[in-house]
Design a protein around this ligand. Structure first.
Ligand code: PLP
Length: 410
């Protein structure tokens, strides 16, 4: 079932809306504070006609959990309310078993053999391989472009271009996509703009407010926020979302109700958590950038970062995301030594949770790239990506500065 964001504007501020997100109704029309977890995979009907009417969408209701589940719907509806709050339009949501389930379903729903896609060159690795591998086998061709160069995007558009695909914030450079300019470029060519907003979350930026047609998330990251639930979510308008829903039902990547419950709970505290994480990230970026062993720091809060101006225009005030990439002087060896010298930040995959995580980019998320390819992509061989968590800012700063003192390659 779909979510309607319109009912949730109400003039309330962000944190108020977050704790009053739709939960789905109670069994007798009550309004539960938290969505009940419905584990039943199937539903019994009084009459065959009722069952047929639910399947046909003639009346609301549930028949089978892969198609719709009340807990999963509550999460999808809540996410749609959050992403769509400022659009003044009806926004629909769909929930998925993972971020990649959401991305693969959206791509399969919106393309056909012969379709063309224009995508950022700096995409999440599995999105890149899906477009460059599997979708190419099925006759969908993708041009990977420098998404920050709108002329390049416009030049790549073709009559058969179905969509432009970008990420609000790129990994690990934290470049900011010019969503309004990309929406214009897509729409002028009759294509849709699809934005993976995982690194931002709706507490930093809501791409649908800036012209995107579809926004999607790995809810495993900031939305869940506690590194204990895997999921994905998509929100957008009208007909394209109907196609996404139909593809989800056919493909079967449905979110489990227990995970949906956790992800819905994550949304309640998302603005608080992310505001704090963003503030800590900005403090951390500025402090670490001043250390003599550091060659570069990527975070849009820094006035010299290429995404600073766009972030100020498109993001909520004072929030620049909470991933910070720090490159000590030197190469791979110095980067790994820096990551290993950290005492507080854990070396681990993923982002967006309560714990600060660090990863040496060249040997982990981007390990398939040579030093030359990394350099071409503007990624230092020594770069360590931090996902800033909820610890005390000064503890994180002290930990990073001590690690740099010890082995930052100076
Ligand atoms: C993690 C991530 C994904 C994939 O999400 P999963 O939940 O791991 O499937 C997609 N895009 C971005 C930007 C991510 O960080």
């Amino acid at each position: 079932m779909t979510g309607n964001g319109g009912e949730n504007g109400g003039g309330y501020g962000e944190a108020t809306r977050a704790v009053r997100l739709p939960t789905g109704g109670g069994p007798r029309g009550e309004r539960p504070m938290r969505p009940p977890v419905h584990r039943s995979t199937t539903y019994a009907f009084e009459a065959s006609q009722d069952y047929a009417d639910v399947l046909d969408g003639v009346r609301g209701g549930y028949s089978y959990a892969r198609i719709d589940n009340p807990t999963t719907d509550a999460f999808a509806t809540a996410l749609a309310a959050m992403e769509g709050a400022g659009t003044g339009r009806e926004v629909h949501g769909q929930a998925f078993a993972s971020g990649m389930a959401a991305i693969s379903t959206v791509l399969l729903a919106l393309t056909s053999a012969g379709s063309h896609v224009v995508a950022s060159r700096a995409l999440y690795g599995n999105t890149y391989s899906l477009l460059d591998g599997m979708l190419r086998r099925f006759g969908v061709e993708t041009d990977f472009v420098d998404i920050g160069d709108t002329d390049q995007v416009r030049a790549a558009m073709r009559p058969e271009t179905a969509l432009v695909f970008t990420e609000t914030l790129s990994n690990p450079a934290m470049l900011v996509s010019d969503i309004p300019a990309l929406a214009d470029a897509a729409h002028d060519a009759g294509a849709l703009l699809v934005v993976d907003s995982t690194f931002a979350s709706p507490a930093v930026c809501r791409p649908l407010e800036h012209g995107a047609d579809i926004v999607l998330h790995s809810a495993t990251k900031y939305i869940g926020g506690h590194s204990d639930a895997t999921g994905g979510a998509v929100a957008g308008f009208g007909e394209p979302m109907a196609r996404v829903r139909a593809a989800r039902v056919d493909l079967g990547p449905c979110l489990a109700p227990d995970e949906a419950y956790l992800l819905h709970r994550g949304l309640e505290t998302l603005p608080l958590r992310v505001a704090r994480q963003c503030a800590t990230a900005a403090e951390f970026a500025a402090a670490v950038a001043a250390h003599p062993a550091v060659a570069s720091v990527d975070h849009p809060s820094l006035p010299g970062h290429p995404g600073h101006g766009l972030a100020r225009a498109l993001f909520d005030e004072g929030r620049y995301g909470a991933v910070v990439t720090v490159a000590p002087h030197g190469g791979r060896k110095e980067g790994m030594a820096f990551a290993d010298a950290l005492g507080l930040a854990d070396v681990a995959a993923s982002l967006g949770g309560t714990h600060t995580l660090a990863g040496h980019v060249a040997s982990t998320s981007h390990r398939q790239m040579s030093d030359a390819e990394l350099e071409g992509a503007g990624i230092a061989a020594s770069a360590v990506r931090f996902s800033i968590g909820l610890e005390e800012p000064r503890d994180l700063v002290r930990d990073a500065l001590a690690a740099l003192d010890r082995c930052g390659g100076a």
